[in-house]
Structures are given as structure tokens and as C-alpha cells.
Design a protein around this ligand. Sequence first.
Ligand SMILES: C[S@@+](CC[C@H](N)C(=O)[O-])C[C@H]1O[C@@H](n2cnc3c(N)ncnc32)[C@H](O)[C@@H]1O
Length: 251
Amino acid sequence: MTGAIADAYDRSADAWRRGPARLYAQLADALLDRSPGLVRDRVVLDAAAGTGAMGDAARKRGAARVVSTDLAPAMLSAPAVVADLVHLPFHDGAFDLALAGFVLGHLSKPEAGLRELRRVAAGVVASAFAEGWSHPAKRVVEQVLAERGYRPPAWYVAFKEGRERYVGDPARLISLARAAGYAEVRVEQCEVTVGAVTAGDLVAWRLGMAHHAPFLATLSPATRHTVRSEAEQQLADAPPVVVPVLGLIAT
Ligand SMILES: C[S@@+](CC[C@H](N)C(=O)[O-])C[C@H]1O[C@@H](n2cnc3c(N)ncnc32)[C@H](O)[C@@H]1O
């Protein structure tokens, strides 16, 4: 499954930069705003960095240095390291702090990922979507794509039905961190209202997700255009995007 996930993100990287990156940047900012002192003057690992939302948020808050890693090379901007989060090419204690934004649900053993982050960094800030969260844009875009033959890929079905939900519960996140060996563990929940979102932004967000973008790329330019405008019409009066985010902070 890890290979399928990395491949999907790799093929979605450009669409991610045009869509989801903006939302994830706001989520990273909100998360680090709750613990600004954690990153100042620290040497920080942004693990599974994607296009760098967490690392950018850490730089803005005074991190001394940020190293980004991800399994999907196209998601990263140079300089960065292509690496699986559960096998990081760094020596023990190389970092003061590890950031892991919205990746635990992608790992077959999230506690193994946290254990590896604990090996290379003194502390961790990891995020996950609280279980059960949704927004009409998800359903609308999924439906418009399904009408063109889209079926969710197996890795995404497994992720939605299992691990994403698993890490979307504060008590389970706490036990995962304890199982990984962290002594001081807390989970904070915040609701982030994503600012200034048009129907076009909502559609770009959903179409840029790694379970959609590779399928969209197989459609003709004319069909892609129709998909976008149909979805935008249906989302003209959509409610604001309010995202319940869990932040795990552990040392
Ligand atoms: C939802 S995105 C989040 C990206 C970024 N952390 C953020 O907050 O914007 C998940 C990222 O995890 C990466 N990823 C998934 N499984 C991974 C693994 N086993 N090791 C490293 N990166 C992984 C994906 O390639 C993708 O870039």
C-alpha cells in the first residue's frame, strides 16, 4: 500500500500545489500558533512534508533549520530528502522537534512511525483530522467524478475505512504516542475556519487530492473543464470549510 500511496501523491503534486496546499498551509499555521514556543530556534524535521506546509509554518515562527522528507519526490521542493517516515536516514537525536502533518493515517503502523520520529527527534507535533469530519465539497466532487467513471483507489478506501478514522480519535492518538515511548503526551483539538474560499478553491482543493488528481489527469481537457464547472456550480452556496484538527504534542 505504501508504494500506491507514494505513487498517487507523486502524480498529484502539481494539482496539490494548485489546490490542497493552501488549505494545509492554514491548518499548519493554526496548529503551530497553539504552541509557538515549540519551534523557535529549534532544528526541525518536517516528516512527510508534502509541499512543506508544516515546515513553512515552523520557519515563519523562528525555527533555526527545517529539513523536509517525504516518500513522494514530486511533492517536495529541493533541498529535501526522499524517505519513508518509518525508516529515516538520520542518526538518533538529530533534531529537536519532528513535525508530522496528516500522515499518521497513511502508515500501516502509526506507532512505528511515531517510534521512528522519537528516535530522531526529542519531541513531536503531529496532526490528524478528527473522526467524522466532512464538507459538501467532498461529496459533490466525488459524485461529479463518479459520473465520468471514477472509482476510489484501493489505498484510499483502506485509508478512509480504517487508519484515518483510527488516528482521528484523541484517546487513540494518546495511546499510540505512549506505545511509541513518549512520556509527556497531550492532544489538543482546534477548529480551523479556512479563510476566503470560493467555489473554485473548493473544487481545486478536492480535485488536487491524491485519490482524485491521477484520475482527473486521464480525462480530456474538455471533460476536465466540465467537471470543474459542474462542481463549482453545485458548490456556489457551500458553507465555510471548518476543519476539526487534532494536534498531538509529545516528548
Ligand atoms: C495529506 S499529505 C500531508 C502533507 C503535509 N505534511 C501537509 O501537512 O501539508 C500526506 C503526505 O504524506 C506522505 N506520505 C505518505 N506515506 C508516507 C510515508 N510512509 N513516509 C513518508 N511520507 C509519506 C505523502 O506523500 C504526502 O505528501
